[in-house]
Design a protein around this ligand. Structure first.
Ligand SMILES: Nc1ncnc2c1ncn2[C@@H]1O[C@H](COP(=O)(O)OP(=O)(O)O)[C@@H](O)[C@H]1O
Ligand SMILES: [Mg+2]
Length: 397
């Protein structure tokens, strides 16, 4: 018996599901014939056990027909990919972005966009390649806050270049439409828009993409979680009990969507008087600590009400960049360091994985339209006006 005889016989073994045989596919390797003994390797692309067993049985039958008494067949298959980084876990439609951070809140006006802007800038100042996606389709405030209001992004073929400011790449629906236009979106359109923001924007190879979400727990959040493995979720809340109720919903959503929770940012927590620099309590301070404990996470920053934050947002000159020595800038930097450490920890433990939240509904049916708690993204509440706090301070004079 020769190698040729063996290969000829194995042409009778077709690969399951195909009409081609395993020899023609080139799967049969290392054939060694020694008298009535034959050894060979079948190197296949499927790691399914049934496929391996079927090929081994059929090949053995063919070789027995040739008269071999000792038959050794080694079937090798690729290992199922090990989940070492988020880019290989579940679905990722923006694989050139290493980590995704979802900034969310139960309601509008609590400082989500302000937090997203300052965290993104702080991480860029710490040497990371950072992008900032304004996914708040109803209330896109990021362009103004980043000082790129009115700038139109460059179109490249059917893709769009992000804008750039303070070392951060930026994209927002506000940059793609005319100022002051209102948008009426249905759930399916929101989902499409989120996907396009991830797929059709020419983001660089980012270390982190910070995503400023619409308030609440709706279609946008679900679509994002299904489209990319979100490495870290941050909830922004103000200290009042009514706001905390909403932030619990936000934290619960992270758990349901399998998003590792980096922590809570307690915003408008106390007030730093611009005249005397003292910090006083307005909405209550430290009320978020028990909520963090409830959800097994921590408060990564307490950011006081500071007129400079509001002014920085309105004028496109964020405090973290323009007032790096201020108390609030330091707190944003600290929060950014904690967030980066959290991201490292998540990745060291195998990375984020969104395979558990993939849609199970038939194509064309929105998974979120079936759940009572997942209504279309609610309209954004009017932002709180902080004008009072930018006046004469806390009454110290
Ligand atoms: N810590 C703060 N101190 C002062 N003003 C703040 C603070 N956080 C947010 N603001 C202001 O409050 C308003 C609402 O904040 P914003 O970030 O737009 O909230 P959201 O994105 O949650 O709707 C903005 O005018 C912003 O400048
Ligand atoms: Mg906002």
């Amino acid at each position: 018996m020769t190698q040729e005889n063996v290969l000829e016989a194995l042409k009778n073994v077709t690969y399951p599901g195909f009409t081609k045989d395993i020899v023609t596919f080139g799967f049969v390797k290392d054939v060694l014939v020694n008298g009535a003994t034959v050894g060979l390797t079948i190197d296949i692309t499927s790691s399914a056990d049934e496929v391996k067993a079927q090929l081994r049985d059929e090949a053995t039958t063919e070789l027995k027909k040739l008269g071999f008494e000792q038959i050794q067949i080694n079937v090798t298959a690729p290992q199922a990919p090990k989940q070492m980084s988020n880019s290989v876990s579940g679905k990722n439609i923006a694989p050139h972005v290493k980590n995704f951070v979802m900034v969310s809140s139960g309601k509008g006006g609590v400082g989500k966009s302000t937090t997203s802007v300052n965290l993104a800038i702080a991480m860029a100042m710490q040497g990371k390649k950072v992008g900032l996606l304004d996914a708040d389709i109803y209330g896109p405030n990021i362009p103004r806050m980043m000082g790129v209001n009115g700038q139109k992004p460059e179109i490249q073929g059917n893709k769009v270049n992000p804008l750039k400011a303070y070392g951060v790449e930026i994209m927002s629906m506000g940059s793609l439409m005319e100022d002051g236009q209102s948008l009426i979106w249905r759930g399916a359109m929101i989902m499409k828009a989120i996907e396009q923001f991830l797929r059709d924007i020419l983001w660089s190879e980012l270390d982190v993409l910070v995503i400023d979400m619409p308030p609440g727990t709706g279609d946008a959040q679900l679509t994002l979680a299904q489209s990319v493995p979100v490495t870290a979720g941050i909830t922004v809340t103000t200290p009042q009990e009514v706001s905390l109720d909403d932030s619990r919903r936000s934290l619960d959503m992270f758990q349901k969507l399998h998003i590792p929770t980096a922590g809570i940012i307690e915003n408008m927590s106390g007030f730093i008087c611009p005249s005397c620099d003292t910090e006083s309590d307005i909405f209550g301070m430290g009320t978020t600590v028990p909520v963090a404990k409830e959800y097994d996470t921590e408060v990564i920053a307490r950011i006081p009400i500071e007129p400079a934050i509001r002014i920085g947002g309105d004028t496109g000159m964020p405090v973290t960049y323009h007032k790096p020595d201020s108390e609030t800038a330091k707190r944003y930097q600290e929060a950014a360091s904690k967030l980066l450490a959290f991201i490292d920890k998540v990745n060291a433990e195998g990375g984020a994985d969104n395979s558990a939240v993939q849609p199970t509904t038939p194509p064309g049916v929105s998974a979120c339209s079936t759940g009572a708690g997942a209504a279309s993204a609610p309209a954004q509440a009017a932002p709180k006006s902080n004008d009072e706090s930018s006046g004469t301070g806390c009454g110290c004079h």
